[in-house]
Design a protein around this ligand. Structure first.
Ligand SMILES: Nc1ncnc2c1ncn2[C@@H]1O[C@H](COP(=O)(O)OP(=O)(O)OP(=O)(O)O)[C@@H](O)[C@H]1O
Ligand SMILES: [Mg+2]
Length: 263
């Protein structure tokens, strides 16, 4: 990355983040529940609404977002030594470790302080420009990276918690709620992902997880949005074809937008 002295980064982060109207975190305490998928869908749905949207993959160890958006292997332009441009695709400005580090099959072994510096660089060194929304795909859990993002970004509009209907994932929602409460970040909604499966043949839905826990009781007034498991979504994200994710799926798009209270 470029040569801005590390001490200048804090003010650079402030300056860059001040140009972004709504910063939204997508988080979960458990891995593999669909954070990255929801982040991509949310960013794309907002962009289709006409908003200027940035999408940041802050999961520096498992940067799947680069694959889902098809930007792996693309090169970030750098017009001068102080600026790197996010990759622009499908109406989004995207940055992911998967686009920065070329050999994405190699595991990155970084300790806490380095990780925080890397996250600072993602926020400071990239020319995010003016935007209506920045969607931040957080790594699972409530460790160093989510904490530093929350502390660095300035005012955050709120967070979307992603979960599945399994008991173990529902328990983790409470931990995520606790984390956000401690940091004084508003919970915009909880996405119950893969709540049901849509049959690729007949289009009918069936429940996927049979948890006896009732998420709505636990959430006490927080907006709960169900997102079905849809094999077409998985295929499109596997192929990096997010631009067409909502074709023929108006209900899905509406539900995704309601996660951030956009109609
Ligand atoms: N609603 C859905 N319908 C179909 N497939 C989905 C859906 N949500 C997620 N998937 C698929 O499930 C897999 C895991 O999702 P994803 O990578 O978004 O989870 P994650 O929470 O970001 O995982 P990690 O904790 O590893 O970052 C992906 O292959 C994705 O395409
Ligand atoms: Mg992910």
């Amino acid at each position: 990355m470029h040569k801005v002295h590390i001490d200048h980064r804090d003010s650079l982060v402030k300056e860059r983040m001040s140009k972004i109207k709504n910063k939204i975190l997508v988080m979960s305490n458990k891995g593999g529940v669909g954070k990255s998928s929801v982040s991509v869908m949310l960013a794309r749905a907002l962009s289709e609404k006409g908003f200027k949207v940035c999408l940041l993959d802050s999961d520096i160890h498992g940067p799947s977002l680069a694959k889902m958006t098809g930007i792996e292997g693309l090169t970030h332009e750098s017009p001068d030594e102080n600026t790197i441009k996010p990759i622009e695709k499908g109406g989004l400005k995207i940055v992911s470790m998967g686009s920065i580090v070329k050999d994405t099959d190699k595991a990155l072994i970084w300790r806490g302080p380095i990780k925080i510096t890397v996250i600072k660089q993602l926020l400071a060194d990239f020319d995010w420009g003016e935007a209506d929304y920045m969607i931040v795909d957080l790594p699972p859990g409530t460790g160093d990276e989510p904490l530093s993002i929350c502390q660095l970004m300035g005012e955050i509009k709120g967070a979307v918690i992603v979960t599945t209907g399994q008991k173990i994932s529902l328990l983790d929602v409470s931990k995520a709620l606790d984390f956000l409460e401690k940091l004084n970040i508003k919970v915009l909604s909880v996405a119950e992902n893969m709540s049901e499966i849509i049959c690729p043949h007949c289009g009918k839905s069936s429940p996927l997880f049979h948890s006896k826990e009732d998420l709505s009781i636990k959430l006490k007034g927080i907006n709960l949005i169900k997102i079905p498991f849809d094999p077409e979504i998985m295929q499109k994200l596997d192929e990096g074809d997010f631009e067409n994710i909502f074709s023929g799926k108006d209900v899905l798009k509406k539900n995704i937008l309601s996660l951030v209270e956009v109609k």
